[in-house]
Design a protein around this ligand. Structure first.
Ligand code: HEC
Length: 132
């Protein structure tokens, strides 16, 4: 290979990976198959229900409840908590992932969810947050 041909061979893959990066896709693994019933609901029940059911502090403060699919898809007092197809703009995902360096994170005042649980919820929302 001549010296003049080199930069092309080297630069093309770099340009391709930069384009992928621009689209925000680089960190995201392929969507895994997750369901509301088997994967998402148990995580919310285990880590969120103690505060986000009727009469508890999370529900009192925000109106957000995790007792059914319909209740989590319902707007809280501050608007939608889940935007189907877009985890990174869904306040539920933003709060559990700590992605935005917020002072508030969920679960409130407790250890964060495991990476696997956060990833499960991300995949479910990005897949459309369907009742499956
Ligand atoms: C120990 C109690 C507690 C636990 C556990 C908890 N929350 Fe919260 N949550 C709150 C309180 C209280 C608020 C109101 C905001 C504040 O005071 O920080 C809140 C607010 C929220 C909001 C904001 C609603 C809005 O419209 O902006 C979301 C979303 C949320 N919680 C999701 C969750 C999820 C998901 C979990 C489980 C991973 C969880 N919470 C666990 C107490 C809790």
């Amino acid at each position: 290979m001549s010296i003049r041909a080199m930069p092309f061979a080297v630069l093309l893959p770099i340009a391709a990976s930069l384009a992928a990066c621009d689209a925000g896709k680089v960190e995201q693994p392929p969507l895994q198959k997750v369901t509301y019933v088997d994967d998402v609901a148990p995580i919310l029940q285990k880590h969120c229900a103690e505060c986000h059911v009727a009469g508890k502090q999370g529900t009192e403060a925000t109106g957000f409840q995790v007792d059914s699919y319909e209740s989590i898809m319902h707007d809280s007092r501050f608007g939608p908590v889940i935007e189907p197809g877009s985890a990174r703009t869904s306040s539920l995902y933003i709060l559990i992932s700590g992605k935005d360096n917020l002072t508030v994170s969920m679960p409130h005042g407790k250890a964060p969810l495991s990476d696997a649980d956060i990833e499960t919820i991300r995949a479910w929302i990005d897949n459309g947050a369907v009742k499956n």
